[in-house]
Design a protein around this ligand. Structure first.
Ligand code: BGC
Length: 735
């Protein structure tokens, strides 16, 4: 918090927030609705209301910035895809708490995270910053994240509401999303953030949603967020995203960030004076903001504004554990883990072997406390008995082209091949970096940049004992996977990635990650292909509900690796599930208990995933509402010693069976226009047209698919679920 000269602090026992706002002038109230600078709210010095500091972002508390970079270092935890791959909300809670601590050390009380937009398309530049393609996995991890932050008295900000699944023309584009897909997919993580985690701030997106800028959208802010979900915190814009004054004020936006003011502040004051915006609308904004700050005690006491971030041993250990828990073993013919006592000559090959990518670009980028060198870490861990030779093989950011364009390319490739031949063990580390994957632009292609496929093929040819490590923040083409002895996906694993990777390669940690996103065989198979990035200022979410595995499973399309996939170094048996009931009355919960046994010889982890297939799932049927073939509804990660068995309990609430029906209230009038004849050989079937929108449960037999990925199902059990003609009680939580 900043106290400008002469500012007195608000006393602990001071006036109530309502009285405080009542004592403010219109000018002061309006001043509160705009940032004081890039990273602070404005404060009201006359009344001792401090400016509150905010900081990005999802994988580190950036603090003050200069030239887009943090001025002091930060704990750099793994990026969101890596956290998504942990499938572990508790671990995410611990990681976000480490960041919240660092935010406090930098004087900040608001953390601009988590990002809960979905991986709609593999090429979105910010996929690395978002957890998953699946709304439930995203939602559960976001809840862990928000709790970790807010339990420490730091305000979390769930962002970006809503439909920000591409960088393309992000300030102007309209995301055209049907109501049902909005509710079931894109809004769901926000709903959890508000209703389950009690998030205190929401950041609107830059884009428009169905034609309306998010920060101007009364139906979204006042209607869904506050009206339906009961959100009590405040809503802020994304940076410089404000569009209007009166419209945004009436829609429910509270804070324009950052300074200088464009839509709120003096312009809002003028709108009140002209009668366009009633003053009590501004009062409500001031009250919401001050109450929120008060809840985390940010209005009282002083806090050093100097940034004094510490680099703690426990944060290092946590970052390392989180990175290993997110590393996905995509394929393994038994080469991994390496037996360190038998390795003599290791060739460490590839541009990312020399410089691991630990985070993506844009507002999530931080200056980490330190960067570890993989060659040094590995050499150290293998000891004097093994030699480690490094060969980059290709040069990052040399424009693509032929070998002739880049005279050194052949020599580099030859050096890599020679190293691979010399080695008893080759480790190729390929990937991207924070220039390839960044906020601000989308990727142009799913292919690995810098001719790395050529490099991998040449190394695989030279030495079949090759582990390929993929160090990208999002999905990249992996056309050679069948020929590699083992393939690991590390994501952007944060400051401890080198240690975590060595832990996994050497078998000191089990690869804990499972894919939070489907890995398509080709970009042309992906659901939004043809509707990405958009045209004529619009991006049509034409795949509707069929995002990610919902698409591949429903359309029976092959994938390179399915959603949820990831191998362990040990094996697990998923035993027969037991249900708490075989019939679920409307509004009741179901518990599914699943015994899991480690049948291998090492300690390891498994993620038990429960998908539902409602009646008629994946089929066209006019009498049912269309349902994707499978939808993830519960999951649990277990860590077991050899021969150990545990029973996981997966809970399904009423919303797990429900779908959102946006209703068709105009149907009675429309149906009056029936033609005067019917086809007698096929009389019309009754078709459902509801009058009222909401969450409905269709009665019938629901299959529960329990397994280790969307495609690897160990058991299918059926449960009879009661349905209803009326929507579920809106008070029922999504969880
Ligand atoms: C990003 C936000 C971020 C803000 C502040 C924007 O460009 O979209 O996610 O919090 O900048 O850096």
């Amino acid at each position: 918090m900043v106290f400008s000269e002469g500012t007195r602090m608000l006393a602990e026992s001071g006036p109530s927030i309502d009285d405080l706002v009542a004592s403010m002038t219109l000018e002061e109230k309006c001043a509160l609705t705009v940032g004081g600078d890039n990273w602070h709210t404005a404060g009201v010095p006359r009344l001792g209301i401090p400016a509150v500091k905010m900081t990005d972002g999802p994988n580190g508390a950036r603090g003050e910035t200069a030239g887009g970079l943090s001025v002091t270092p930060s704990v750099c935890i793994p990026s969101a895809t890596a956290l998504g791959a942990t499938w572990d909300p508790e671990l995410v809670r611990q990681a976000s708490a480490a960041m919240a601590n660092q935010a406090l050390e930098k004087g900040a009380r608001v953390l601009l995270a988590p990002t809960v937009n979905l991986h709609r398309h593999p090429l979105w530049g910010r996929n690395f910053e978002a957890f998953s393609e699946d709304p439930l996995l995203t939602a559960k991890l976001a809840v862990g994240y928000i709790r970790g932050v807010q339990d420490l008295g730091v305000i979390a900000t769930v962002k970006h509401l809503v439909g920000n699944e591409a960088e393309f023309e992000r300030n102007t584009v309209t995301s055209e999303i049907d109501e049902r897909s909005l509710r079931e997919l894109y809004l769901l993580p926000f709903e959890y953030a508000v209703r389950v985690a009690g998030v205190l701030t929401v950041m609107t997106s830059y884009n428009r949603v169905n034609g309306e800028f998010a920060s101007d959208d009364r139906g979204l802010l006042d209607g869904i967020l506050r009206g339906e979900w009961g959100f009590e915190g405040f809503v802020m814009t994304d940076w410089r995203a404000i569009i209007t004054t009166g419209k945004a004020a009436l829609a429910g936006l509270d804070l324009e960030m950052p300074a200088p003011p464009r839509g709120f502040g003096p312009a809002l004051e003028a709108a009140v004076r002209s009668g366009e915006v009633p003053e009590d609308v501004v009062d409500a904004k001031a009250i919401r903001m001050l109450r929120t700050f008060d809840r985390v005690n940010a209005l009282h006491g002083s806090q050093a504004e100097d940034e004094q971030p510490s680099d703690r041993a426990e944060d290092r250990a946590l970052a390392r554990r989180a990175a290993a828990e997110g590393i996905v073993l995509l394929a393994n013919d038994g080469m991994l883990p390496l037996d360190a006592s038998r390795v003599r000559r290791v060739a460490l090959i590839g541009p990312n072997a020399a410089r691991l990518a630990i985070m993506g670009g844009g507002s999530a980028r931080v200056v980490p406390h330190y960067c570890l060198s993989l060659p040094d870490v590995l050499a150290d861990r293998l000891g004097a008995a093994a030699a480690v030779r490094l060969a980059t093989g290709t040069d990052p950011h040399v424009p693509g082209g032929s070998v002739e364009d880049e005279p050194d390319a052949t020599a580099r490739l030859d050096e890599a091949v020679e190293a691979a031949r010399w080695a008893d063990t080759a480790i190729v580390v390929v990937g991207t970096d924070d220039l390839v994957e960044s906020e601000g632009y989308d990727r142009d292609s799913m292919a690995l940049p810098w001719r790395q496929d050529e490099l991998v093929r040449a190394v695989l040819e030279a030495n079949p004992r090759t582990v390929v490590v993929v160090n990208s923040g999002a999905v990249v083409d992996l056309p050679w996977t069948d020929r590699a002895a083992a393939v690991l996906q590390t994501w952007f694993g944060g400051q401890e990635l080198a240690n975590a990777l060595a832990d996994v390669i050497l078998g000191e940690a089990d690869p804990g990650g499972r894919l939070p996103t489907s890995w398509p065989l080709r970009i042309e198979h992906s659901p939004a292909f043809g509707n990405f990035p958009g045209e004529n200022s619009a991006v049509r979410y034409g795949e509707g509900l069929l995002v990610g595995y919902r698409w591949y499973e429903t359309r029976h399309l092959p994938v390179r690796f399915p959603f949820g996939h990831g191998l362990s170094y040990t094996t697990f048996d998923i035993g027969e599930p037991a249900l708490s009931a075989t019939y679920v009355p409307l509004g009741e919960r179901l518990r599914v208990s699943v015994p899991v046994t480690n049948t291998g010889s090492r300690r390891g982890s498994e993620v038990i995933q429960l998908y539902i297939a409602p009646p008629g799932a994946g089929q066209m049927h006019a009498e049912w509402r269309f349902r994707p073939a499978k939808e993830l509804k519960a999951f649990a990660k277990v860590r077991l010693d050899p021969d150990q068995t545990t029973t996981v309990t997966l809970e399904l609430g009423p919303r797990a069976f429900a779908h959102y029906d946006s209703a068709d209230p105009g149907w009675p009038a429309l149906s009056a226009r029936k033609p005067g004849y019917v086809f007698l050989h096929r009389p019309p079937r009754p078709v459902l047209h509801r009058a009222c929108a909401g969450w409905y449960v269709a009665e019938g037999d629901y299959e529960l698919h329990i397994g280790r990925s969307s495609a690897d199902i160990a058991h299918i059990v059926t449960v009879r679920v009661d349905g209803g003609d009326q929507p579920l009680d809106p008070a029922i939580l999504p969880d």
